[in-house]
Design a protein around this ligand. Structure first.
Ligand SMILES: *Cc1c(COP(=O)(O)O)cnc(C)c1O
Length: 343
């Protein structure tokens, strides 16, 4: 069997999740009449310490609807320079919300209140109006790093002193919760809007849930409809989410342990550098420039041994652990890597 460490988006629905999908009570989601979707939204709103929530087809749509509800065209959003919404959402902040992104120089994707203050603009008719700070937790390109709750709160305080709202891209928030022991609601309550992806570590086939205040979610509903994200019997998707919240959260700790083992195993290999301190959750970034072999080449040779990783640049590879890779798979991945490097 393939050991697929390309991303935690590679998970397939388990047999039990497929049963939950098959048995889901359903209704017309866009009329607010799908009982499974309604149950999922109520559950996630409570989980994230917010008044209400909205089921959406993807995490990208959560980010983009949130930007458009918080901001007006021409406004500025402050976000870490590595943010997903800058690099991987096809230019949607500009194309859909009409906002520009002011980049903050975080450390491993995590910035501070001082960074927000330093980026603050004086009120001027020449300057874009600053409206929102976006926090990515865990920070993907940061290495899957976890925001300490105190840092989130300090950033939120700094934002509000400047009249800015706070959004959290929580695509992998449950990884942060399991790794830190901080309750999801504590993170959520520090923010004005926050979402979780169901298709990453939680292992669902489709969907994400955006949470916020009642008025925010009401406005988000309008954009969901306008942008074609309103669905019909979406309960078959929401049922997977409910199942995942019951069965796939605590086990994220296994993914984190597997990522650490993978990082430690690969760090032993000649020419491979791994910043073990950066492995906070389920991601391992490898610097392979010391091997003398191109990252894409290594990835192709891993593939021949049925191990999949992603080449990020000529010298860097990313591996992500998830519920379809067990400890034996991790050991196989390390052995395959060692074989390529002649060990
Ligand atoms: C995956 C991801 C998204 C987008 O979610 P999709 O469900 O793939 O649209 C946004 N932010 C981060 C940090 C992500 O990892």
């Amino acid at each position: 069997m393939t050991v697929n460490l390309y991303s935690d988006t590679q998970t397939r629905p388990t047999a039990a999740m497929r049963r939950a999908i098959a048995e889901a009570p359903v209704g017309d989601e866009q009329r607010g009449e799908d009982p499974s979707v309604n149950a999922l939204c109520e559950r996630v709103a409570a989980l994230l310490g917010q008044e209400a929530a909205l089921f959406l087809p993807s995490g990208t749509m959560c980010n983009e609807i949130a930007l458009a509800v918080h901001c007006r065209p021409g406004d500025e959003v402050l976000a870490d320079v590595t943010s997903h919404l800058i690099h991987f959402e096809a230019g949607a902040p500009g194309a859909l919300a009409g906002v520009l992104i002011g980049t903050l120089p975080g450390r491993r994707g995590i910035f501070t209140a001082a960074d927000v203050d330093a980026a603050g603009r004086a009120e001027s008719r020449h300057a874009p109006r600053q409206r929102l700070v976006s926090i990515e937790n865990t920070a993907n390109l940061g290495g899957g790093t976890v925001w300490p709750l105190a840092t989130v709160r300090a950033v939120a305080d700094a934002a509000r002193r400047r009249g800015l709202s706070v959004h959290m891209d929580g695509a992998r928030l449950m990884n942060a919760v399991v790794a830190s022991g901080t309750a999801a609601a504590e993170y959520g309550r520090a923010c004005d809007s926050v979402w979780i992806d169901l298709t990453k570590g939680l292992g669902c086939p489709v969907g994400a849930v955006l949470a916020g205040g009642r008025d925010f979610i009401e406005e988000a509903w309008r954009l969901k409809h306008r942008w074609g994200g309103a669905m019909r019997q979406a309960g078959i998707l929401a049922a997977a989410g409910l199942h995942a919240l019951d069965h796939h959260v605590d086990r994220l700790a296994d993914d984190h342990a597997n990522a650490r083992r993978l990082g430690e195993g690969l760090a032993q290999l000649p020419g491979v550098a791994v910043d073990l301190d950066s492995i906070a959750t389920n991601m391992v970034y490898l610097d392979v420039s010391g091997t003398g072999i191109d990252a894409a080449d290594i990835v192709a040779r891993l593939k021949e041994q049925d191990v999949v990783m992603g080449a990020f640049s000529a010298g860097s590879i990313r591996a992500v652990t998830h519920l379809d890779v067990d400890r034996a798979g991790i050991e196989r991945a390390i052995a395959a890597f060692a074989a390529i490097l002649g060990r």
